[in-house]
Design a protein around this ligand. Structure first.
Ligand SMILES: NC(=O)C1=CN([C@@H]2O[C@H](COP(=O)(O)OP(=O)(O)OC[C@H]3O[C@@H](n4cnc5c(N)ncnc54)[C@H](OP(=O)(O)O)[C@@H]3O)[C@@H](O)[C@H]2O)[C@@H](O)CC1
Ligand SMILES: Nc1ncnc2c1ncn2[C@@H]1O[C@H](COP(=O)(O)OP(=O)(O)O)[C@@H](O)[C@H]1O
Ligand SMILES: [K+]
Length: 514
């Protein structure tokens, strides 16, 4: 694993830090090293003619900031310090004393502060555990209203290191330089408006210390390009045939939501799956054929409103159906986009299938009506459910949603399914508690139909690499990464307004070429 993949809580970071210090690394030397690395990175962002305001807190986050201040000063930057605390930690206090001896201007009151071009936020790091109040809350609100970009050290001051919750108030950073290992709070959706561009400053924590605290297989991981590409079905074997490259069945669409079936099919197409079958209401058959000529389109009897009435399963007697479905002949089944909740009876039938199953959209709404946990527990092979926030709350109304990482872990544990909770920071959990977080995406994807594309893509990938070859949640993580990266590429080419779900499907393969 690379350092970019690990995710830690405040308690875990403190344990890792303790191991390093116990092994003999002097605390002051580590602070000096970290401050030096932050300074080097700042030099690439801030030119030496600029003035930098440093916000220094009472703990070691403040100490880091004061080391940075001293280096900026000696390299010719104009610097001032805001340090309003009467009690500082020992090391921070020593750095502050030295800063004062250099006659760098120091202030305690916000109304005395001069102008500057950038602010460095070293008020609080992972040591913040309680609400920010009084003068320091007022100061943070003041800094957010000034027009300078703010660069936060470790985490924007005011955010909870694990949940990303705002503790009273918080710095709205333009950049966050996270120190050593990614803090979980930075990857939580609620932290997004505060973190700006995030990057990791690697200060060489020994892997043995990381593994000693996080276990050999860490519970919470960040999806990176390296991890995603390692689980995509590339390259294709030289000697193969279509049925060896997976057979995916999509069950989707209705007269009302015909487009959902097309988008799911186009997502599946991009996965490279060997065979694609799509079960839709009979009246949609020709439409689907015209968009996906390579797919086998199975017309199903439909309800009055145009939803699938029942699946023409092998063994059933029907004159009108030309193709019967054997649920056991597929390597993966994905069900839900555009289905409507008109007919709930097909879900218990599908749940009986023995191959990996993905349930999305209306399949989830039906599942919530029928009883989520008992139905999923009854399945013999792997299940992936892909709810957005609304669907998640319907499926698991009793789960506290404040910490999305914890919520998704609980849902996976209770249901026995891999749970993919969609959103700006999609989180995926395995029933045993392993979580992947997708750290990069674009709000351009917040658009009808983009989730359907993900379901098709994921279905196609799982069909090609069925467990146990790869673990299901790793494939789910790769599909999530791929989908988001396509959104990012499309938004770069066409602006955030130009990423409709069909366009998104056209950018999927460009992600792998780049
Ligand atoms: N781990 C590593 O490997 C490395 C860590 N490093 C750095 O250390 C940082 C962690 O430092 P830290 O532990 O000293 O805590 P920090 O975040 O500075 O704040 C704690 C201080 O704030 C105070 N305080 C808290 N809440 C408050 C409130 N609401 N309102 C007012 N005050 C409040 C609290 O006071 P107390 O609770 O004692 O009253 C305490 O004094 C970390 O983020 C990184 O930057 C690097 O230098 C080297 C490598
Ligand atoms: N603000 C956002 N930033 C990044 N990705 C987002 C954002 N909002 C939604 N998405 C992504 O877009 C997709 C939307 O899926 P979903 O809500 O199921 O849409 P639909 O059902 O219309 O297809 C998900 O993959 C989700 O993670
Ligand atoms: K900070």
């Amino acid at each position: 694993m690379t350092k970019e993949q690990f995710v830690v809580t405040a308690a875990q970071m403190r344990d890792i830090e303790t191991r390093i210090f116990t092994a003999g690394m002097p605390v002051a030397a580590l602070m000096e090293k970290v401050g030096g690395l932050i300074f080097q990175r700042l030099q690439t962002i801030i030119s030496p003619d600029k003035c930098v305001g440093i916000l220094a807190g009472p703990g070691h986050n403040g100490g880091d900031a004061l080391v940075v201040a001293r280096e900026l000063y000696f390299h010719g930057y104009k610097v001032w310090i805001y340090q309003p605390f009467s009690k500082l930690k020992e090391l921070t206090s020593q750095h502050f004393q030295y800063i004062q001896s250099l006659e760098i201007p120091c202030y305690q009151e916000i109304n005395e502060l001069p102008n500057c071009d950038f602010l460095i936020d070293g008020l609080f790091g992972f040591g913040l555990e309680r609400e920010i109040t009084d003068f320091i809350a007022a100061a943070i609100n003041h800094f957010n209203q000034r027009n300078q970009p703010i660069i936060s050290i470790d985490i924007p001051s005011g955010l909870h290191t694990d949940t990303g919750e705002v503790l009273g108030t918080a710095i709205q950073a333009s950049y966050t330089f996270c120190l050593g290992l990614w803090k979980q709070g930075l990857l939580q959706e609620q932290a997004l408006p505060y973190v700006g561009k995030t990057e990791l400053i690697d200060f060489h924590i020994p892997l043995t210390d990381i593994h000693a605290v996080l276990d050999n297989v860490p519970q919470i991981k960040r999806i990176t390009k390296i991890t995603a590409l390692s689980t995509l079905p590339l390259p294709r074997p030289l000697i193969t045939h279509k049925y060896k490259q997976g057979h995916l069945l999509l069950i989707c669409g209705s007269r009302r939501y015909a487009g959902g079936a097309i988008l799911t099919g186009l997502g599946a197409r991009a996965s490279g799956v060997g065979m694609l079958s799509i079960a839709v209401p009979e009246s949609l058959k020709m439409l689907l054929v015209s968009h996906l000529p390579e797919a086998l389109i199975i017309g199903c009897p439909e309800t009055e409103k145009g939803a699938i009435a029942n699946l023409p399963l092998v063994g059933c007697v029907s004159d009108s159906v030309t193709h019967l479905i054997d649920l056991n002949s597929f390597t993966t089944i994905a069900c839900g986009p555009g289905l409507t909740t008109d007919n709930i009876s097909i879900i218990p039938e599908i749940i009986e299938c023995e191959c990996p199953l993905i349930l999305d959209a209306d399949a989830l709404n039906i599942l919530a009506q029928l009883g989520t946990i008992p139905l999923l527990k009854s399945r013999k092979s792997g299940t992936v459910i892909t709810p957005h926030t609304g669907e998640f709350k319907r499926l698991f109304p009793h789960i506290d949603y404040t910490n999305r990482v914890k919520a998704v872990q609980t849902a996976a544990h209770e249901s026995g399914a891999v749970v993919l909770l969609k959103g700006a920071r999609t989180a995926i959990s395995h029933p045993q508690g392993g979580v992947w977080i997708n750290p990069e995406s674009t709000p351009a994807l917040a658009r009808g139909g983009s989730g359907d594309v993900l379901t098709g893509l994921l279905g196609g990938l799982l069909a090609q690499i069925p467990p146990p070859e790869l673990t299901m949640e790793d494939v789910v993580a790769s599909a999530t990464w791929w989908h988001s990266q396509a959104g990012i590429l499309a938004a770069q080419a066409r602006t955030e307004l130009g990423v409709d779900a069909f366009t998104l499907t056209q950018y999927l393969l460009s992600v792998l070429k780049g």
